[in-house]
Design a binder for this molecule. Structure first.
Ligand code: SAM
Length: 185
């Protein structure tokens, strides 16, 4: 099979709030041999665009942290839509650390985070999966992100999701639970 032959109906649809990163993403993906679409809205509103049962997979590719950071930033009055993301990231990192060290992170972000997961479950096809991954990204540590939070983010959000009984966790062999979580409807 030629290297770039993909099923003709493959579509990659992503939600992204930050305008500058959306523009960069569009430029970088413009020559890919699949349809790429960016919904410039909060991912929790995705059902309004796609309807229910629309996607084979919803993927949080090292982005559960971004979702949590955005919830915190917006609660603190930081504009995550029109700012340079890298400029505001150190300030958001301080807020994450503060909430984590104070033990208040869960109560500050959990409701909105779970609302987003619930919205994503609605737009999954009946046999679809949500995949969430997280990994150590040196830059985050370099700017001072609490390493314990960074290492345990996935187990923490797993607890939130499973306690709320959102979907059903699927264990996939060879995907380390510390860094990966899969959910079905
Ligand atoms: C570190 S950036 C990564 C962007 C993109 N994945 C990339 O590699 O260029 C994090 C992005 O997550 C977006 N984001 C966070 N929470 C979101 C949400 N609830 N809905 C849509 N986008 C969100 C932010 O607006 C920001 O653009």
């Amino acid at each position: 099979m030629p290297k770039h032959t993909l099923p003709p109906l493959s579509q990659y649809i992503t939600a992204n709030l930050n305008k500058e990163l959306t523009n960069i993403f569009k430029a970088k993906t413009k020559n890919l041999p699949i349809t790429v679409e960016v919904i410039e809205d909060d991912a929790q509103n995705i059902e309004e665009v796609s309807g229910t049962d629309a996607f084979d997979m919803v993927v949080f590719e090292h982005s559960a942290n971004d979702v949590i950071e955005t919830i915190l930033a917006e609660k603190t009055g930081i504009d995550t839509i029109n700012s340079d993301w890298m400029e505001i990231l150190p300030q958001i990192t301080e807020i994450v650390n503060h909430e984590y060290q104070n033990g208040t992170l869960e109560q500050t972000v959990k409701t909105e985070f779970l609302h987003l997961i619930s919205s994503c479950l609605k737009v999954l096809k009946p046999n679809g999966r949500i995949a969430i991954n997280h990994y150590q990204f040196q830059y985050n540590l370099d700017i001072g992100l609490n390493p314990d939070w960074n290492e345990n983010l996935l187990p923490v959000v797993r607890t939130w999701i499973n306690e709320a009984k959102l979907g059903k966790e699927v264990i996939v062999q060879d995907f380390e639970p510390q860094w990966w979580m899969f959910l079905k409807k």
